[in-house]
Design a protein around this ligand. Structure first.
Ligand code: NAP
Length: 254
């Protein structure tokens, strides 16, 4: 068992990439972690769970759910709460990328799908985590995945960029409403992080999105985002709320 639990953290989209790194980091920090992804990723989640148990001696719980479905999100929060006796940190990380489509060619179906996961999914995670945290009365940390595309949406990113701007807006409102309960709400807006989502993307392609790459710019690692989330989840970060923080290697200056 980990020496002393800092509380309970639930991470969505935790089977790979940034979510996996966040779950590993929060477990290493001393949180009991609940791992979420969509049901077809159950085997990958079991592998992440075993890695975490080996590294920390603390066994995560697995809570499968499609974050775009409200009743599944409510159940996921309930499972994590039941497994570990509460919920202190929600990381609404799950998201999908959609690019290479100009607005004139963007279908309503694509728009709805991207928003269902990236914006509505984050809304459901914020809502049900907040309800649980308010009921517990011990404060909490809610953290959502925005993106560099939620700072400046480049070419052919219409639905994705707009969905990530939505996360920032929701984060503002949630921070204002939940502050009185001692719950902080922040978002991370990574630049270009090496993960399954960005496989095949090259630094030279970034100019196509309208970014000027600094000399020697390299993609970041998922752990570069995880270390920021570790801080935002900590007690020390109590005075930071409603912010979107950009681990992006300087590729875009806010
Ligand atoms: P990733 O490698 O694609 O991992 C995301 C995980 O979320 C995948 O396992 C994915 O499953 C899962 N997921 C998709 N839809 C879901 C749903 N409805 N419910 C639950 N889980 C679902 O992405 P990543 O690079 O780690 O990115 C994590 C977050 O950071 C995303 O929100 C992303 O938009 C954001 N972000 C990433 C970057 C970057 O450079 N990587 C930059 C800025 C922002 P599938 O694989 O089956 O889709």
């Amino acid at each position: 068992m980990a020496a002393k639990s800092l509380g309970v953290a639930l991470v969505t989209g935790a089977s790979q990439g940034i979510g996996r790194a966040i779950a590993q980091r929060l477990a290493k920090d001393g949180f009991r972690v609940a791992l979420n992804d969509i049901p077809k990723k159950e085997q990958e989640l079991k592998s992440v769970s075993s890695e975490i148990e080996q590294q920390t001696g603390s066994k995560p719980c697995i809570a499968l759910a499609d974050v775009s479905n409200e009743s599944q999100v409510e159940q996921m929060v309930g499972e994590a709460t039941k497994a570990f006796g509460g919920l202190d940190v929600m990381v609404a990380n799950a998201g999908i990328l959609h690019e290479n489509t100009k607005i004139v060619d963007l279908s309503a179906e694509t728009w709805e799908k991207v928003f269902a996961i990236n914006a509505r999914g984050v809304f459901f995670c914020y809502k049900h985590a907040a309800r649980q945290m308010i009921a517990q009365g011990r404060g909490g940390r809610i953290i959502g995945a925005a993106s560099i595309a939620g700072r400046r949406s480049g070419f052919e990113h219409g639905a994705y960029g707009a969905s990530k701007f939505a996360v920032r807006g929701l984060t503002h409102t949630a921070a204002a409403e939940l502050g009185p309960y001692g719950i902080t709400v922040n978002a991370y807006a990574p630049g270009f992080i090496a993960s399954p989502m960005t496989t095949g993307m090259t630094t030279s392609a970034l100019a196509n999105y309208g970014f000027i790459t600094p000399e020697n710019f390299k993609f970041g690692e998922p752990k570069d985002v995880a270390s920021l989330v570790s801080y935002l989840a900590s007690k020390e970060a109590h005075y930071i709320t409603g912010q979107t923080v950009s681990p992006n290697g300087g590729v875009y200056l806010n």
